[in-house]
Design a protein around this ligand. Structure first.
Ligand code: FAD
Ligand code: DHB
Length: 415
C-alpha cells in the first residue's frame, strides 16, 4: 500500500541546495519535504568544496546559520597565484574596496549545520530512500514518489518540485523532450586528485599553482587539517598514487625557494572528474532545478557550492511569493534570474581552469598564453580587480520573501 501525503514543495536531494532551500522556505512559512537516497552520515562526511564567497557567508549568517561558521570559518583576504616558480598574493579585500573576502568552511560543515537546523525544526527530512520518481509534471500538482528506508512506498502531492539532486539525479532527465532548450557541455582531459590530510596547512591562504607538470592547489580545513589537490589525467587510477607519491608530487609542484610543505597522514583521497554543464531553462512548469542538477563547473574558482546557494536563495524567494502570496512572476522568471550568474561563474571556472592546467605535450603557444595571462593578473590592477570581483561573489544573494522585483544586477557597485 502507498501512503499518500500533501506538501507545498517536494525537494529531491539533501545536499547543500536541497537542505538550504527547505530551511529558507520554512522561514517564509512554506512547507516542504526533503528526500535523500544516502544516509545522514554519508551526506555529512562527503568531502567536497570548502571555499565560500563573502556573499554566501552573508546569506548564511542572515538566515541563522552563521554561529559555527563565524566561530570556525577561516577568513582569507585573497589567494596566492603561483606560476614560473613565483608565488604572488592577490588581495581581494583591498581590490574590492573592503567589500569582499573569502572564507574556508567545508561543505561537510554546512551540511551538518543545515541538517541540525532542519531536525531541530522537526522538518520532514528522509534519508536512505529509494525508487524516487517525479510525475504529473504537466499539471499544477506534480507528484513525488519514493520508498522509505523501511520499505514503505509514499506518494506526495506537491505545489512545486525542486530538483536539488545533483548532476546524476532523476529530476532533470524527467523533463519531457523539448523541455530543455539548451544543454551546453564541455569536458576536460584531466581531473583533480584531492586529499584531506592531518597536516597543518603550510600556507596562510589558498595557493593556486600552475606548474609545467600540472596544476596543484593547497587549501585547508582547519589549522590542523590540510586539503590539497593535484591535476591528474581524467581516467587516472587512484591506486597508482600511494601517499608518498602524492606528497612528493605536491612538494615538487608547489615548491618555491625557502618554503617547505608540511606532510602528515592522509585521511582521505579521491579523484574528481571535471566538467562544465548548463541546462537551460532551469525549470519545467512547476519543477525547478537548483545547484548541480542544473549546472556543473570545474572546481577551479570554487564556484559550485556558491552557485547552488545563489540558486536556492532566488528559488526560495520565488516559491514563497508563489505559494504564500499567490504571485507567480518571480517563479516564472526563476531560470532567467539565475542564468546571468550561472554563465558568469561558468566562464570564470572555465577560464581559470584553462589558465592553470597543463597537459603533457601541450602546444608552447598555449603555455605562453597561460603565463602571459597570469603575469597580467599579478601586475595589472584592472586585471586583478576583475579576478577579485568574480572570485569573491557578485551582488548580495537575494533571499527576500517580501520582494516583488527582479534581482539586482550582478555588479551593483558599477554604474
Ligand atoms: P549535491 O551536493 O550533489 O547534492 C545532491 C543530493 O541529491 C545528494 O546528496 C544525492 O545523494 C541526492 N540524490 C541524487 N539522486 C537522488 C534521488 N534520485 N533521490 C533522492 N536524492 C538524490 N565545488 C567546489 O566549489 N570546490 C570543490 O573542491 C568541489 N569538489 C567537489 C568534489 C566532488 C566529488 C563533487 C561531486 C563536487 C565537488 N564540488 C566542488 C562541487 C560542489 O560540491 C557542488 O557544486 C555542490 O555539492 C552542489 O550542491 P547540490 O546540493 O546542488 O548537489
Ligand atoms: C577548495 C576547492 C576549490 O575548488 C577551490 O578552488 C579552492 C578551495 C577547497 O576545497 O578548499
Amino acid at each position: 500500500m502507498t501512503v499518500k501525503h500533501r506538501t507545498q514543495v517536494g525537494i529531491v536531494g539533501a545536499g547543500p541546495a536541497g537542505l538550504l532551500l527547505s530551511h529558507l522556505l520554512a522561514l517564509g512559512g512554506v512547507d516542504s519535504i526533503v528526500i535523500e537516497t544516502r544516509s545522514r552520515a554519508y551526506c555529512e562526511a562527503r568531502q567536497r568544496a570548502g571555499m565560500l564567497e563573502s556573499t554566501t557567508v552573508e546569506l548564511l549568517r542572515a538566515v541563522g546559520l552563521g554561529r559555527r561558521l563565524d566561530a570556525e570559518g577561516l577568513e582569507h583576504n585573497g589567494i596566492y597565484l603561483q606560476f614560473a616558480g613565483e608565488r604572488h598574493h592577490v588581495n581581494f579585500r583591498k581590490l574590492t574596496g573592503g567589500r569582499r573576502w573569502v572564507t574556508i568552511y567545508a561543505q561537510t560543515e554546512i551540511v551538518k549545520d543545515l541538517i541540525r537546523a532542519r531536525t531541530a525544526d522537526r522538518a520532514a527530512l528522509e534519508f536512505e530512500v529509494s525508487e524516487t520518481e517525479v510525475a504529473d509534471l504537466d499539471s499544477d500538482r506534480p507528484v513525488l514518489r519514493y520508498t522509505d528506508s523501511a520499505g514503505q512506498r509514499h506518494e506526495v502531492t506537491c505545489d512545486a518540485i525542486a530538483g536539488c539532486d545533483g548532476f546524476h539525479g532523476i529530476c532533470r532527465p524527467a523533463i519531457p523532450r523539448g523541455g530543455l532548450r539548451l544543454v551546453a557541455e564541455r569536458s576536460y582531459p584531466y581531473g583533480w586528485l584531492g586529499i584531506l590530510a592531518k597536516a597543518p596547512p603550510s600556507t596562510d591562504e589558498v595557493i593556486y599553482c600552475r606548474h609545467e607538470d600540472g596544476f596543484a592547489l593547497h587549501s585547508m580545513r582547519t589549522p590542523e587539517v590540510g586539503r590539497l589537490y593535484l591535476q591528474v589525467p581524467a581516467d587516472e587510477d587512484i591506486t597508482t598514487w600511494p601517499d608518498d607519491r602524492i606528497w612528493d608530487e605536491l612538494q615538487r609542484r608547489l615548491a618555491v625557494p625557502g618554503w617547505e610543505l608540511q606532510t602528515g597522514p592522509i585521511l582521505e583521497k579521491g579523484i574528481t572528474p571535471m566538467r562544465s554543464f548548463v541546462a537551460t531553462p532551469m525549470q519545467y512548469r512547476r519543477m525547478y532545478l537548483a545547484g548541480d542538477a542544473a549546472h556543473i563547473v570545474p572546481p577551479t574558482g570554487a564556484k559550485g557550492l556558491n552557485l547552488a546557494v545563489a540558486d536556492v536563495a532566488t528559488l526560495a524567494t520565488a516559491l514563497i511569493r508563489l505559494l504564500r502570496d499567490g504571485e507567480p512572476a518571480l517563479a516564472d522568471a526563476y531560470s532567467e534570474h539565475c542564468l546571468e550568474r550561472v554563465w558568469r561563474a561558468t566562464h570564470l571556472a572555465w577560464w581559470m581552469t584553462a589558465m592553470m592546467h597543463v597537459v603533457p605535450g601541450q602546444d608552447p603557444f598555449e603555455s605562453a598564453l597561460q603565463l602571459a595571462q597570469l603575469r597580467n593578473l599579478v601586475t595589472s590592477h584592472a586585471a586583478a580587480t576583475m579576478l577579485a570581483e568574480n572570485y569573491t561573489g557578485y551582488a548580495p544573494l537575494r533571499y527576500d520573501p517580501s520582494t516583488r522585483t527582479a534581482p539586482t544586477p550582478l555588479w551593483p557597485w558599477v554604474a
